[in-house]
Write a protein that binds this ligand. Structure first.
Ligand SMILES: [Fe+2]
Ligand SMILES: [Fe+2]
Length: 164
């Protein structure tokens, strides 16, 4: 879908980026089932990218949706959608915090066998939940915002995001 609103274009780009990142993480976790690769250079690079990506996604991106966009949608009668997305944010923030802590240990080279298994389990859960959440927002949130945001609201929201 092509978005007319710059706010939606930005969110769309960020959703595509996080879906791509999670897809690579998921493939790495699945490929490493019996042979932990946490110490390898490729996994370390991915872990670093993922740590930054997650900090941004469950930080600025989620905050912006919650502070600037969800209230507008709720006011426009989309309260059920907002409640669902907010609930998903809570669950995803929680699993992301767990994964983030394990990634920090992987990056510090202190991931033992049990922590590796935990990273694999929680990492796969995160991939599933956050990918599905971003896809849901692509399918429902952004189309709703396209009709909701007029030029001024779009400019205002985009400026608020840029300033955050
Ligand atoms: Fe979201
Ligand atoms: Fe989002």
């Amino acid at each position: 879908m092509d978005f007319r609103r710059q706010t939606n274009r930005r969110l769309h780009e960020e959703h595509m980026a996080v879906i791509d990142l999670l897809g690579r993480f998921q493939r790495a976790l699945l490929a490493a089932r019996d042979a932990p690769l946490a110490g390898g250079a490729a996994f370390q690079r991915l872990a670093r990218e993922l740590a930054h990506g997650l900090d941004f996604e469950v930080g600025a991106h989620f905050d912006f949706e919650e502070d600037e966009l969800f209230p507008r949608l709720a006011d426009a009668g989309e309260g059920d959608l907002v409640a669902l997305l907010e609930e998903e944010h809570v669950v995803i923030r929680d699993v992301a915090a767990t994964v983030r802590g394990l990634l920090a240990r992987a990056l510090a080279g202190s991931l033992d066998e049990a922590a590796w298994r935990a990273l694999r389990t929680h990492g796969l859960e995160l991939c599933e939940r956050l990918t599905s959440h971003a896809e849901k927002e692509e399918g429902a949130l952004l189309p709703a915002l396209e009709s909701l945001l007029d030029d001024d609201a779009d400019r205002e929201a985009f400026a608020a995001y840029a300033a955050a």
